[in-house]
Design a protein around this ligand. Structure first.
Ligand code: SAM
Length: 213
């Protein structure tokens, strides 16, 4: 996702610490108790874009804590605006690179990782940037509990096939797969911005759930 650089984005994010906690590393190991004020499950979405999925999920599941992880401040401000409008306590936003997840969360602190419509990086030389590359699977493992789960969906068949292979080579257990999510019996799907766009163009949506063992 490309967004025009918005120089005021940083100030807008900083002005809303109730949604965008400053110094995320300082909350490592204490997100639930200190930031959310409860011990509910914590689910994160890596590469959350404009935040439709995570904000809608937070509205539907008030007993789950959600954190959106988005690298680009210019994109994240749209997610922040959604959160402000929703006015709910169980969703937060971090404008960090997923590469530092291990500095921000303790082992087992995150109960589930969502990856939605991750950038496909189709060139082989860019494989290391794909959010389902082994390096990222290592990172998710450092923040999830022993049998933690990743839920992944995309319209990109190449990325989906690559990711299934990457998950399998890593030893992850495939517990759910659909090659056509919108025509499957899966219930409770919440569409992302990209999902809305690509499915309206007639593209199938691929989805899977995998578990560390
Ligand atoms: N999930 C959203 C959706 O489905 O509409 C956005 C999809 S967009 C194609 C992918 C997003 O992932 C972009 O906003 C990009 O900035 C973000 N992203 C890519 N690599 C990232 C990383 N290493 N850490 C955090 N965010 C990342």
């Amino acid at each position: 996702m490309r967004a025009r650089n918005k120089p005021w984005a940083e100030d807008h994010l900083k002005a809303h610490p109730q949604y965008v906690p400053a110094e995320p590393e300082s909350h490592k190991g204490k997100w639930k108790a200190d930031v959310f004020g409860n011990h509910n499950e914590l689910h994160i979405e890596v590469g959350s874009g404009k935040g439709r999925f995570i904000t809608e999920m937070a509205k539907m599941h008030p007993d789950v804590n959600y954190i959106a992880i988005e690298l680009s401040e210019s994109i994240a401000i749209s997610a922040l605006d959604r959160m402000i409008e929703a006015d709910i306590p169980n969703v937060k936003l971090l404008t960090i690179n997923a590469e530092i997840l291990g500095d921000v969360f303790e082992r087992g602190e995150v109960d589930r990782v969502y990856l939605n419509f991750s950038d496909p990086w189709p060139k082989t030389r860019h494989e290391k940037r794909r959010l389902t590359f082994k390096k990222f699977l290592d990172l998710y493992k450092t923040v999830l509990p022993e049998n933690g789960e990743i839920h992944f969906k995309t319209d990109n068949r190449g990325l989906f096939e690559y990711s299934l292979q990457s998950f399998s080579a890593y030893g992850l257990l495939l517990t759910y797969v659909s090659l056509d999510l919108h025509n499957s019996d899966f219930e409770g799907n919440v569409m992302t911005e990209y999902e809305e766009k690509f499915s309206s163009m007639g593209q199938s949506i691929y989805r899977c759930e995998v578990r560390y063992q």
